[in-house]
Design a protein around this ligand. Structure first.
Ligand code: SER
Length: 586
């Protein structure tokens, strides 16, 4: 199966069911200031899910360009990409569950279409909660089509889909494909990662307001999303989309310009191919932005510069980004004609950015290594110098530091950045919004949860534990702390329970300003190695935790919802890392 075949089959199938084919909306939203890039197929269609009339009718089919830059750490593994495409069929207040499920089933299993043996498929449905009932209807529909009961699992939050904090949402039913070497087990275990999710049917019937309350929508919609990269990989019998035609020619180009084999530098080459593909689509978009230090331009700059740095790690010594980009345009430009139309701009912007960065990268790296040799904390001033004089995005300095097992004083970097006169206030506000931190209600909840985790670790594990670093995205918190061994799974559970216990106490959160001496006397927690100003802001969570912090935080722990630790791992010598999520109670 190649990309064109899969795309055409999907379109033809849904056209035969009365759907109008629409073009992908721009990667860069024009009517939604809350996101930098489209992160799901439904985003550009939100007004129509809410009831506005779509000019092409009530049944639509498309492939939507998406970009997610929340978690760069995963890029390079088998299944993650920054840019990706989503196939989707849409009912805007027209057909509902019965048809959606029957058509998903037909497209996957029928001989004329994907012809996947039912023995290789499994399904999930929503198990329900206090407000939304269990989706027995969806389960019954799958069963009637011939799916054995043991291949249908009921799940919680994974089967309730919403794009963000507010807006259209609803229970979903996901389809999984067996990728194991042996025959698929009779009983479906959603925790076994050989079952790969390929398609998601969302029954969008609710709208979530900013307090998290949900109310029925005026119309019942269907939003389905088939991750194109992932589906193509499994349907071609490959472990990863990087090994399909979506990437094969650009990776070959990278092998050519470096003289190194993909098998030798797999992760690095995937990162270069992924980031340049994203950069080509951002620069080639009809609402294109160019590299800059603010908002979307900053995300683009980070992608290009990270690709260049990884190119160097592979061993590439000559400019290469536009050569690889030519291949990407050749691979994608027939369908995404905007790439051909904007070819000159794409290539010239990449060349300019690469030339600019190449001038400073070497000396910047030397500077960085000097700094790293002197201390295990790169000060905010030094990180700012690397940014200002050598064009190192903060995240790049943080990544370099991480590779050395040291950290960067991010708070001080931000202070330096704000102090700096050359950038206007709005520009800097924009950069923090886009590149450095985002203060949505979800990140605010994660932020307060981080303070509770910090304290819980000390109370449950060891009073000598202190924060060594922290990073929050819309999806998760990440917390680094000093400790010299892996936590046992029982310890992880106890810490998680302790945080949830404190959340359920509904403790008030308050902020006080005081002198640094006073704060130290109170025993407020501070991050190791960070230099704080004379007057500091301290956040108190009841009388459970006190910590130096700029905020923002929730006003009561009850707002956090339930807390789950998703990962505990080594981060550097003597430093452990926890990743965790919070989910607001429904
Ligand atoms: N909105 C759902 C998703 O992104 C289905 O398209 O998974």
């Amino acid at each position: 199966m190649n990309p064109k075949q899969l795309r055409d089959l999907y379109f033809r199938f849904f056209q035969s069911k009365g759907h109008a084919l629409i073009l992908s909306a721009s990667l860069i939203p024009t009517n939604d200031a809350s996101v930098l890039f489209n992160t799901a197929g439904m985003q550009p269609l939100v007004p129509y899910l809410l009831g506005e009339k779509h000019p092409s009718g009530k049944r639509l089919v498309n492939i939507q360009k998406c970009l997610r830059t929340g978690d760069f750490d995963n890029i390079g593994d088998n299944t993650h990409h920054t840019f990706f495409q989503m196939l989707g069929n849409w009912s805007l207040g027209d057909y509902f569950k019965k048809e959606a499920i029957a058509w998903s089933f037909e497209f996957l299993t029928s001989k004329e279409w994907l012809n996947i043996p039912l023995a290789k498929l499994a399904f999930t449905v929503y198990e329900g909660d206090a407000k939304v009932p269990r989706d027995t209807e969806a389960a019954e529909l799958w069963k009637k089509l011939g799916v054995p009961t043991e291949r249908i699992a009921s799940l919680g939050k994974d089967n309730f889909w919403s794009a963000g904090e507010t807006g259209p949402c609803g229970p979903s039913s996901e389809m999984f494909y067996w990728t194991g070497d042996s025959a698929a087990p009779k009983k479906f275990d959603p925790g076994d990662n050989r079952w790969v999710e390929i398609w998601n049917d969302v029954f969008m019937t609710y709208n979530k307001d900013k307090d998290g309350a949900i109310a029925p929508l005026a119309q019942k919609n269907v939003d389905t999303g088939m991750g194109f990269e992932r589906a193509l990989a499994v349907l071609s019998g490959k472990k990863s989309a990087y090994e399909t035609e979506l990437f094969s020619r650009s990776i070959k180009k990278i092998e050519e310009v470096s003289g190194v084999a993909y098998a030798e530098k797999t992760r690095e080459m995937r990162i270069v191919a992924d980031h340049l593909r994203s950069a080509v689509f951002v620069l080639g978009d009809d609402n294109a932005v160019v590299p800059s230090n603010v908002d979307r331009g900053y995300v683009l700059r980070r992608l290009i510069r990270r690709a260049i740095r990884y190119g160097k790690l592979i061993g590439i010594t000559t400019p290469f980004t536009s050569t690889v980009a030519e291949m990407i345009i050749a691979d994608y430009g027939n369908y995404y004609t905007e790439l051909k139309k904007n070819r000159e701009l794409i290539l010239s912007e990449l060349e300019k950015e690469e030339e600019k960065f190449n001038k400073t990268l070497e000396t910047g790296l030397k500077e960085f290594h000097k700094m790293a040799a002197l201390s295990d904390l790169i000060s905010g001033k030094d990180a700012f110098l690397l940014f200002q004089s050598y064009g190192f995005p903060l995240e790049m300095t943080q990544e370099l530091a991480m590779e050395q097992g040291i950290s960067v004083d991010e708070a001080e970097f931000k202070q330096e950045f704000e102090k700096h006169q050359e950038l206007s206030r709005t520009a800097s506000a924009g950069m923090f919004k886009g590149g450095l931190s985002e203060h949505s209600p979800q990140t605010t909840r994660l932020h307060t949860a981080t303070h509770l985790l910090n304290e819980a670790l000390r109370r449950v594990i060891s009073k000598d534990i202190h924060q060594r670093g922290s990073n929050i995205t819309a999806e998760r918190l990440r917390f680094d702390f000093n400790f010299d061994r892996k936590l046992t799974s029982e310890e992880v559970k106890r810490v998680e329970m302790e945080v949830n216990r404190v959340i359920s106490l509904a403790l008030p959160v308050r902020r006080e300003e005081m002198s640094i001496q006073e704060a130290k006397l109170l025993g407020a927690q501070m991050e190791f190695g960070v230099k704080y100003p004379d007057r500091v802001s301290v956040y108190f969570v009841g009388d459970y935790s006190k910590e130096f912090c700029g905020g923002p935080h929730v006003s009561n722990t009850a707002e956090i919802g339930s807390f789950t630790i998703t990962k505990e791992e080594a981060c550097a010598a003597g430093v452990r890392r926890i990743k965790a999520t919070v989910e607001k109670k429904k």
